[in-house]
Ligand binder design. Structure first.
Ligand code: NAG
Ligand code: NAG
Ligand code: NAG
Ligand code: NAG
Length: 249
């Protein structure tokens, strides 16, 4: 079982090293002084939308947000009476540019991270909207998918921490979703560079913190099991040796 465990860890390690560039995104916002207040990064973003086609029939479409046309970030936005760091991301689904500029306009993802230093959270993703447009890839229409009323949002952190999550989602209206892999985000920051500092601490989503509790428990249990097996084998061996010893006398 130790070998299996070691193999799993090696696989995880290789995955962690291998999964980087292709399709990953990093969006940031800078203030007038050039300081970075907001970083949002993810290794992959996949959306599933129940969208109305031009004949008013609902179609389910799946696509990746893996290439960005333009990002407009703001450090001093407003949302619901709070100061907010905001993002407006222009993209084409699956990164497929229309053949002619007139064949389609980019789709837009809006995000509002509200800041509230006096409360227990220092930032939280308060709202988001995904705006679609007609295009050549799908028979899509212009439609705003808004934050689902049942959305449970974990994208938040306390103090100067960032937030990270290996698997998370943004629930949208009409049973639609945006799935995110390996998301890392910080808002309300004041960074010299548009990248997470090496010393940045992150709060984990519930799923990951449960997993990070489970891994040491499993490893511990495996080691304890190994100790018991060795001990039993030793005792059995000794008992046998003793009996053989008596027999040979
Ligand atoms: C984006 O996703 C689409 C569909 O999966 C794929 O065809 C395309 O190559 C991807 N682009 C990048 C830059 O990963
Ligand atoms: C689609 O529905 C909207 C509003 O429900 C209506 O205004 C429009 O004419 C409909 N379009 C078609 C092609 O049926
Ligand atoms: C869009 O609709 C047209 C007409 O109904 C159809 O011919 C075409 O295959 C559809 N395209 C896609 C991508 O679904
Ligand atoms: C979608 O929401 C954005 C942000 O609030 C807004 O600017 C845009 O006009 C909306 N689009 C539609 C089609 O309602």
């Amino acid at each position: 079982s130790f070998q299996v465990l070691a193999m799993q860890y090696t696989t995880l390690l290789l995955l962690a090293i291998g999964v980087t560039a292709a399709g990953s995104v990093k969006w940031t916002a800078q203030n007038a002084a050039g300081k970075t207040c907001l970083i949002f990064s993810a290794n992959s973003i996949n959306a599933k939308l129940n969208i109305l086609n031009p004949d008013n029939v609902t179609e389910t479409i799946n696509f990746a947000i893996n290439e960005t046309q333009k990002v407009t970030g703001e450090c001093n936005g407003k949302y619901g009476g709070f100061v907010a760091n905001t993002l407006e991301v222009l993209f084409f689904p699956d990164g497929k540019l229309p053949e002619h500029a007139t064949d389609g306009q980019p789709w837009r993802l809006f995000m509002w991270f509200t800041l509230n230093p006096s409360a227990t959270t220092s930032f939280m993703l308060a709202d988001y909207i995904l705006e679609t447009a007609p295009g050549s890839l799908f028979n899509s229409t212009t439609q705003n998918f808004t934050k689902s009323t049942s959305a449970e949002l974990e994208f938040q952190a306390t103090s100067t921490n960032g937030f990270k999550c290996s698997t998370s989602g943004l629930a949208l209206s009409d049973d639609s979703t945006i799935d995110l892999k390996d998301t890392r985000v910080i808002a309300g920051a004041f960074l010299d560079q548009a990248d997470f500092p090496e010393t940045q601490t992150f709060e984990q989503c519930q799923l990951d913190s449960r997993t990070s509790d489970i891994v040491p428990i499993v490893v511990g249990a495996c080691l304890a099991g190994l100790v018991v097996v060795v001990l039993v084998a030793y005792l059995v061996g000794r008992a046998r040796a003793k009996r053989q010893g008596y027999a040979s006398v």
